[in-house]
Design a protein around this ligand. Structure first.
Ligand code: MN
Length: 417
C-alpha cells in the first residue's frame, strides 16, 4: 500500500512518522484542559473528544473519547476498532467532504502535552530475544548456552503496572540492595549499574475469560497495538535478587513507553516471520500468521549538557524469537484471564552484531568494555543526567510508520531515611 494522502499537508512526507497510514492513538492536553484522546496526523492531533461532541465520530450510543485513556475503545472490540480506523481515514483523507468541519479540531503536537495513552491494567515482561539471552548467559555465567527451557517457553515475569510511565517522565536512580561477589555482606544504596532494555510493548485490547485457554491466532486478534518500551534495569540489584524467582526491585522502579499506541492495523503491512525453530514448538504455541513486524529500532544516549545525542544501537523488532501473540497465548494457556490494557514487554531486542545490542550491559559487556559517544565521553552504564531515547520506524512504500520518541532522563537517587 502506498502513502495515503491527507489534507493535513505535513502528513504527506515520506519520512514523517504520522501519515494517514498510521493514525496512532494518544492522550493529550493543552494549557489547563483536561487530558483526552487524540489521534496524530502529521504535525497535528485530532481532538477526539471534540470530534465526538461535534457528531463527526459516532461509533456507539455513549461517548468513548472524552477520557484520558484508550481502554474504553479497546473494550469495544475489533469490529469497532476497524470502524474507527475507516472513519478517521475518511475524515482526514485528501478530498474529504468534512475537511471544513474537522480542521478546527486539530491541535499542533508542538503545543500539546502528551500523557499515558492507556491505563495499564497489568504489565508482564518477557525474555524473548535470543541474542540477548545468549549475551546475558555469556556475561553472567560464562556461557552463551540458553537455559534448557528457553527454546520451548516464552519466559516472562509479572512486572508492575504502577511504575509504567509515559515518555518524558524523569526516572530517579533507584536505591536498593546489592552485593559485590567478594563482599561478605550486602549493602544498600543507589544502583551503580543502571541500564536500559530496548523492547516493544504489545497492548492487549480484548480480554480472555478466566479459566479459558486461547490459541495463538486468537491472541493475535486480541492485540490492539504496540508501543516502544524501555524496561529500565538496575543490574546490580537484579544480579543479587533474581535467584530463584526472577527480577523484582531491579525492574520495579520504572518502565517507560512511547506516547502513541500504533495500532496492529497500521502495522499489518509490516508483518515478519519468527526465525526458524531450532526445536519444534509444542502445538499450542503454533499460529498461522507471521507474528513479528519489520520495525527499525534505535537507541540514543545524550549526557546532560551535551550538544547532541549519539546513536548507540540499531536493530529490528523482527530479530525476536517469540512473537507477542505467542507470548499472549502462553500467558493465558493455563487459564490466566487477560484484560484490555494489559501490557506485554517483548524482552530486550538485540541483533547478532555488537552495534545491534539493546542494552548497555551488552554494549559495554558488563562495563568491562566501555563505549565512546560522539561527544567523546565514555560509558559503561548510565550516569546521572543522561537521557536515553528509543526510536522505532516501519518503512513502507513512500511512507513511514513512527512511534514517537520513548525517552527518559535519569535523575540522582532520592535520599531516604
Ligand atoms: Mn525486560
Amino acid at each position: 500500500m502506498p502513502l495515503l494522502k491527507s489534507w493535513v499537508a505535513s502528513a504527506n512526507s515520506a519520512n514523517h512518522p504520522f501519515p494517514l497510514n498510521n493514525l496512532p492513538y494518544g492522550v493529550f492536553s493543552t494549557g489547563e484542559d483536561e487530558p483526552r484522546c487524540g489521534v496524530a496526523i502529521g504535525d497535528m492531533i485530532l481532538d477526539m473528544a471534540a470530534a465526538e461532541a461535534e457528531g463527526l465520530i459516532a461509533l456507539t450510543d455513549y461517548p468513548l473519547f472524552d477520557v484520558p485513556y484508550w481502554n474504553d475503545l479497546m473494550e469495544e472490540g475489533p469490529a469497532v476498532w476497524a470502524a474507527l480506523r475507516e472513519r478517521l481515514t475518511a475524515l482526514l483523507a485528501k478530498g474529504s467532504k468534512e475537511q471544513e468541519a474537522v480542521e478546527p479540531l486539530l491541535v499542533p503536537i508542538a503545543e500539546s502535552t502528551l500523557h499515558m495513552p492507556l491505563v495499564v491494567s497489568e504489565y508482564t515482561d518477557f525474555y524473548a530475544g535470543r541474542q540477548h539471552a545468549q549475551n546475558m548467559g555469556a556475561i553472567l555465567r560464562g556461557s552463551p548456552d540458553l537455559p534448557a527451557n528457553w527454546l520451548h517457553i516464552p519466559i516472562g515475569y509479572n512486572g508492575r503496572a504502577s511504575s509504567v510511565v509515559v515518555s518524558g517522565t524523569p526516572i530517579h536512580r533507584p536505591n536498593g540492595q546489592t552485593k559485590a561477589p567478594d563482599a561478605e555482606m550486602p549493602s544498600f544504596g543507589p544502583s551503580k549499574r543502571l541500564d536500559i532494555e530496548l523492547e516493544m510493548g504489545a497492548v492487549v485490547g480484548t480480554g480472555s475469560e478466566f479459566g479459558q485457554p486461547i490459541t495463538v491466532d486468537e491472541a493475535d486478534a486480541m492485540i490492539f497495538g504496540y508501543v516502544l518500551l524501555n524496561d529500565w534495569s538496575a543490574r546490580d540489584i537484579q544480579g543479587w535478587e533474581y535467584q530463584p524467582l526472577g527480577p523484582f526491585q531491579g525492574k520495579a522502579f520504572g518502565t517507560s513507553i512511547s506516547p502513541w499506541i500504533v495500532t496492529a492495523a497500521a502495522l499489518e503491512p509490516f508483518r515478519a516471520p519468527t526465525p526458524p525453530r531450532e526445536k519444534e514448538l509444542l502445538p499450542y504455541l503454533k499460529g498461522s500468521k507471521d507474528g513479528l513486524y519489520d520495525i527499525e529500532l534505535e537507541v540514543l544516549m545524550q549526557p546532560e549538557g551535551a550538544d547532541r545525542a549519539s546513536v548507540i544501537a540499531r536493530t529490528n523488532y523482527s530479530r525476536m524469537y517469540y512473537s507477542a501473540a505467542e507470548q499472549l497465548c502462553h500467558h493465558a494457556i493455563g487459564g490466566c484471564a487477560m484484560n484490555a490494557g494489559d501490557l506485554l514487554g517483548s524482552g530486550t531486542i538485540s541483533g547478532p552484531e555488537r552495534s545491534e545490542f539493546g542494552s548497555l550491559m551488552e554494549l559495554s559487556w558488563a562495563g568491562r568494555e566501555p563505549f565512546t559517544l560522539e561527544t567523546g565521553e565514555t560509558r559503561g552504564f548510565i550516569e546521572d543526567g543522561d537521557t536515553l531515547t528509543l526510536r522505532g520506524n516501519a518503512r513502507g512504500d513512500g511512507y513511514t510508520i513512527g512511534f514517537g520518541d520513548c525517552l527518559g532522563q535519569i535523575l540522582p537517587a532520592k535520599a531516604w531515611g
